[in-house]
Every structure is written in C-alpha cells, then in structure tokens.
Design a protein around this ligand. Sequence first.
Ligand code: C5P
Length: 313
Amino acid sequence: MQAYSLIAPAKINLYLEIIGDRPDGYHELAMILQSIDLADQIDLRANGTEQIRVHCDDPQIPTDSSNLTYKAAALMAKQFPQTYSKFGGVDITIHKRIPMGAGLAGGSTDAAAVLIGMDLMWKLGLTQIEIQEMAAQLGSDIPFCVSGGTAIATGRGEQLAPLPSVDFLYAVLAKYRSLGISTPWAYKTYRQQFSQSYVSGDNLLQRRQRVHSGEIVAAIQQRDGKRIGQLLHNDLEKVVLPAYPQVEGLRRILAEFNPLGVMMSGSGSTVFALVESKAQAEQIRQQLKTALPDPDLGVWTTRLSANGIQLVH
Ligand code: C5P
C-alpha cells in the first residue's frame, strides 16, 4: 500500500520532576506522561520523487526541513538508504488539532506517527523498541509518543516504564492560542534558578528509582482519581508561572471550579484540570468560557487515553 493515515495523540504531564544535570546538556527527569484523546491526523503518501514534502492545514506550522515530521522522514531515509531509493520520497500531510507551543507534544507525536507510518509503508518490520531508539534521536518525548498510554519516563524522558491505564479520567485543557512557551527557555531558566537543588551520582540514581515507588504511581495503580489529582506536580511551574501571569491566572481560575487537580503541562502554556467525568469536563469548559470571555482562549475537553499512535487505514 502506498498511503497511510495515522492518529497521533497529544500528551499531558501528570508529574514532572527535574532531578539534575546530564553530561549531554539535558536534564535528568522523572515524569509521568499521559496520552489524551486530542490528536492530530497524519497522512503519508509515497510521492515517487526524491523529496520529502510537508503540508499542513494550519498556516502557523512551518512545513520546511525544521518541521519534526520532515526530520523523522529524513532520519528514515538516512537509516535505510536502499529502501529510500527503491520507494522514493513521501508527502506528509498534517491535520493539526493539537495547539503548538503548548506543552502537549504536538510536534513530537506527529514525528512519532511518521516513523511508524514509514516503517509500514517501507515494509521494514521494525520493532517498537527500534522505532523508539530512532525517536529518541529526534526528541526526548518522542519515544513515549510511539507507545503512549500512561508511563513513567526517566533519563532524558526516553526511558519508559508502562503504568496501568487511567483512561476513566477526563481533562479540560486551557491555553491562550497566541501564547507559546519555549521549552529550552523554561529548562534554562530553571537551571539558572534551581541548580543548587540538583543531585548527582548515586543520589541521582536513587531519585530516579524513587518515582517508581512514589505516591502518585500508587494512586494510578489503585485507580484513585481523587488522589492522582492531589498529587499532580510540575517543577517547571516554578519558572513559568512567575514569568507568565496569564498562565498563572488560568490555573487559579480553573482551581476555583473544584476539579480533582490542576497543573501546567510540560513547559506550558497549557494548563489542565483533571476531572472525573465528561459531564464535569463540559461544565468546567463552560464555566471557564463564561469567566474569561477572551477569543484568544482555547478550551478543549478530552479523555485520558490508553493509546499511542493508531493506524486509521
Ligand atoms: O529533546 P527535546 O528537543 O524535546 O528537548 C527540547 C529542549 O528541552 C532541549 O533543548 C532542552 O533545552 C530541554 N530539555 C532538557 N532536558 C530534558 C528534555 C528537554 O533540558 N530531559
């Protein structure tokens, strides 16, 4: 078959702890990553040329070689040059639903879909682990996007341990559409302000292990939505909220509607409220729209998901 369509879900962070510095310049992290139903669709079509071409229905998304989907296709071409010369290039069409600069891994999940789709299109038969190794070369959270669901992520974010699904929970996502936050800026600022709390050596290994026996993992294993809500955590809030009062304001207002918990996702600018039902998610969406009638404010209701990249056809 020469064409494939894939569903590429966004993620939220139920937990994000910055533990220390890494020799490669990245941070050592302990996270719990969670797929959500909000998703892009990626269409792939062999184009019989030598080119990789990216198309997107959102004009704000760059379609040149800086797009992560382009980089994913270029990495496949580099790794499998003979297959590339046999099958030729690819047209990648992104149907964009996940907001960008949002801390929702929108670009990362699209790249994960391209790796999986090209593996199918080129009949390579790669294992999930092989695809995730390639994914890690493109970005820290792309290996998670490949498998999705609920997972502990350590190291740069690429070391994954699956957790039981919490897809009985829902979330309300809120983001000012024009406000994107740079992830490198957030981590750099955190290092400037908090590196005195970083641990190294054996302490680092212990802290990495500690998340596995942590309270929020126990709450997930017990399917205790209320407790999960109380234990949401994100170290990056310490630098993002003071610098972006709009995000802080969104977080404060969402908390007033009594969800299970409220937290910023990744490096922002999305804030999410965790809730027990679709009806409660819809109610909070309405309450937020009434409290903040700003056309720039995007509000989405979504279900937590057990799925990573899914093939449509
Ligand atoms: O890996 P990715 O390209 O998604 O990371 C984006 C940026 O986030 C990196 O350039 C780095 O500044 C920061 N980062 C980090 N430590 C991690 C993951 C990301 O410092 N473990």
